[in-house]
Design a protein around this ligand. Structure first.
Ligand code: ARG
Length: 459
């Protein structure tokens, strides 16, 4: 039999396989709350404009409340034959409110309805991402606060480069996550215009009040162009782009954890809560949670690419291709939100191991730059020559198997006679870190400035 919601000009029903292929109710039931909100506002607007009667509006609103209750209680029966959330709700409303229900769809199409619902959903998702990021920043900040003077090796090319403080390292991530929050905030602001009233694509002859529905749903304004209203999905892409970039930051941080937990590093210990064992190797404590966060980045990036590919080359206005938008966004949001929560949990009870960090901070001559800088400042050497001299001294230290600050002064003087005992003050990792007082540098006094900044900001 033909679909009762749109089957007027049909004689037969869809092929069996179509019932499997076309419905979106399996996933778009997640838009129920937004769909009900959109319908309530639309019904009120129709009545305010005299397009439907007050009595019809009341019957519609009462019916929608009943449906909201049924969905909440889990008693609402979602039917595949009714395709999507919009028709499922409308069909149930017809059972509850009788003929009044049939008036709800006046001056509206599923095209502007779904665009409105989805914008509302993505707006809320931006808010949840912001909250998740805030919690993660708080957890990172607390660890940073406790590790202002904790010295660890800083790497470039994964080679020991110059010592840094653990706080400085963690605050670099706090910065990245702040930019992520900015991207979600931008996306949320830009998407906050209402497509409802665009109708199928061209607008409607009914005297609707688009400003009323826009404001009623918390949008700042009605979208200017109805064709754009029903077909634009760049708001979803923008959410996915922000989520993708955020996921790359999470994967980077997760990668650090995996490395820091390995015995070669041992920089941190994860609590039992965020560690798993091996079914064969009894000694194992695996950072699975971090690995999964890192691995799931692929999903989020994939979601962006999938939707970008779907919308690429689509002509105006609505096409059912667009039904593919929701699962990508739902998947990315679910993945991102749980990843943020897991990372925040992991950092909240992670134990830094300052002795291990300090021990490795000395390896690989990380204060060689300080020696070269000293030669520039105290012997008037051009930096390039100082670099060369220091290279020879490092080579000598390597031959003798000692760290730079343990190399006898006479050995350094054999390479460069102008070197005096004064140089010994700059060769420890503590001195190296303390000297990096330039703005944004790793010196504890500078890091304290960052701490003050974030303490205020994250309040
Ligand atoms: N289920 C559809 C979607 O997710 C709703 C809009 C359908 N409109 C239509 N003309 N088929 O996009």
């Amino acid at each position: 039999v033909a679909n009762k919601m749109w089957g007027g000009r049909f004689e037969g029903g869809p092929a069996k396989i179509m019932e499997e292929f076309t419905p979106s109710i399996g996933f778009d039931q997640r838009l129920a709350e937004q769909d009900l909100a959109g319908s309530r506002t639309h019904a009120r607007m129709l009545a305010a404009q005299g397009i439907i009667s007050k009595a019809d509006m009341d019957a519609i609103l009462t019916g929608l409340d009943t449906i909201a209750g049924e969905i909440k209680a889990g008693t609402f029966e979602f039917k595949r034959a009714l395709e999507d959330i919009h028709l499922n709700i409308e069909s149930r409303l017809a059972e509850l409110a009788g003929p009044a229900a049939g008036r709800l769809h006046t001056a509206r199409s599923r095209n502007d309805q779904v665009a409105t619902d989805f914008r509302l959903w993505v707006r809320a998702a931006c808010q949840r991402a912001d909250e998740g990021l805030d919690a993660l920043q708080q957890a990172l900040f607390k660890q940073a606060e406790a590790n202002i003077t904790t010295i660890m090796p800083g790497f470039t090319h994964m080679q020991s480069a110059q010592p840094v403080t653990f706080a400085h390292h963690l605050l670099a991530y706090v910065e990245m996550f702040a930019r992520d929050r900015g991207r979600f905030a931008d996306a949320s602001k830009r998407l906050n215009e209402c497509p409802l009233g665009s109708a199928a694509l061209a607008g409607t002859p009914f005297p609707i009040d688009r400003d009323y529905t826009a404001k009623g749903l918390g949008f700042v304004r009605a979208m200017r162009n109805s064709l754009d209203g029903v077909s634009a999905r760049d708001f979803a892409l923008e959410y996915l782009a922000a989520a993708s970039i955020c996921a790359t930051h999470l994967s980077k941080l997760a990668g650090e954890i995996v490395q820091w937990c390995s015995p070669g590093f041992g920089f941190v210990k994860l609590s039992d809560q965020f560690t798993t064992g091996s079914s064969i190797m009894p000694q194992k404590r695996n950072p699975d949670a971090a690995e999964l966060v890192r691995g799931k980045t692929g999903r989020v990036l994939g979601d962006f690419v999938a939707l970008a590919t779907t919308v690429k080359g689509l002509v105006l206005a609505y096409g059912t291709d667009l039904q593919e938008d929701k699962e990508r966004v739902f998947d990315a949001a679910d993945t991102l939100e749980i990843s943020l929560a897991v990372m925040a949990g992991m950092f909240a009870d992670l134990k830094a191991q300052p002795e291990r960090m300090r021990a490795l901070a000395n390896a690989g001559y990380p204060t060689a730059t300080d020696l070269a800088d000293w030669l520039v400042q105290n012997c008037g050497k051009p930096f390039r020559e100082a670099h060369h001299i220091t290279g020879s001294i490092v080579k000598r230290a390597e031959e003798l198997g000692v760290d730079l600050d343990k190399l006898p002064l006479s050995e350094m003087q054999a390479v460069e006679p102008a070197i005096t005992e004064d140089v010994l003050k700059v060769l420890s990792v503590e001195a190296s870190v303390a000297a990096r007082m330039s703005y944004g540098g790793t010196a504890p006094d500078r890091v304290k400035e960052q701490i003050f900044f974030w303490r205020e900001k994250l309040k």
